[in-house]
Ligand binder design. Sequence first.
Ligand code: DOR
Ligand code: ZN
Length: 466
Amino acid sequence: MDELTNDIFRSAELVVSGDKLVTPQGVRSGHLLIAAGRVLGVCDTDLALPSAERINAGDAYVLPGLIDSHVHFRTPGLTHKEDWEHGSRAAVAGGVTTVLDMPNTVPPTLTEQAVREKAALVAGRSLVDYGFHIGVDPEHPGLLASLDPAIARSAKIFMAGHHTAPTVLREPGQLEAAFAAAAEGGVQLVLHAEDDSLFALLDGWWGEPGSYAEYEARRPRSGGIAAVAKVIELVRRHGTRAHILHLSSREEADLVCAAQAAGLPVSFEVTGHHLSFTDEDTRRLGARTRLSPAIRSRGDQSRLWEAVEAGQPATVGSDHAPHTVEEKTRGVQQSPPGLPGVQELAVAVWTGMRERLPEEHPDRSAERLARLLTSGPAELFGLTGKGRIEAGADADLAFLAPDDTWMLSAGDVRSKCGWSAYEGWTMTGRVVRTVRAGRVVWDAGSESFGEPDGRWLTPADKQGGH
Ligand code: DOR
Ligand code: ZN
């Protein structure tokens, strides 16, 4: 190591030492040196000044801070369900240091001005860094052609409606215009791809569901399959980049993989809850696992796990969508779809991986987790400085104790809604500490949080840094 490098390393303010640092080159032991919120580098010898703060990770995996590219933190207008303070506490308690928030708020975030207003509400309240998906206005889909990339990472389209999805692109002309405008503006689309017209027919014929099994029958897999096929056709015609959210069935996964293999710029997300639950759980859990798209069969769940094993999803997201206990006990038709999940995401996926891949070396599982929850979303959404532990990156870290087993209870829940569909689950793995910008924002031992000074990630960061 030359003198200059030596000097840089000696400027470290924080040193994280551990046996299992998850770097782009794989899991390694070493010392991670940090200053001014950034990673200086990883080295074998401890070169830092004695005055540097120290954290010994022991045999916990030190992952890049996790990125949840699909949360509903309910600001503005739905803060009785969740607010940014609680949502971001739940995030860091789950190892998440960056979130991308959805636009189905009240009012919905459909304009650049609305995004700026939301950012102003969040400033000074967030333990995590954040960005926003802007909503596509059904009346003005053409706005996407001139969307300022400093304002929104991508644009969200709801193809089907429900309680918290008021702005739906139902007309073929609206979708066509949105895909054309997004292609022109170089905007990444993220889509809730279900066929609203099919659901409307079923609701009209069959009336209100009396049970969750009947709800699922009114929101069948064919709705997702038809909509995904439509998205793929629109991508083929316009060349638009499209990321399909919360993919729920075997056929949808097969379709998107086939389209990708044919060279189309289409990708998909799998959620923690579609990996964790099946329709059998909904018989027991009722409204808690009432979701849109619905939770499907064990066969579908297996196909989603196969996708995870094969590295097919570009992202794994939580679709953190809290509702109050009162809202969730209103009965089948009135109870809104959605569950909190940003806190549970990484441990639920880790638990599933260890159960399903017991033969796999845990280091390989940790690398897989890092791809799906850090580098994958960072690359898809252009989050510079995120998703990799390497020199120059933001010093965001999640410490996962891999063998800690514990039972999740309502008392662990940090979301404002105060409940979790995972209550009673025995989890494998615990997030013991979370660091953002070189400072501890969650410490499980003392159950304490850091400063709510997360920043709005706009592409302006790419030029100027912090
Ligand atoms: O289950 C869901 N809940 N699916 C969505 O698409 C939206 C979300 C919410 O906002 O509650
Ligand atoms: Zn969502």
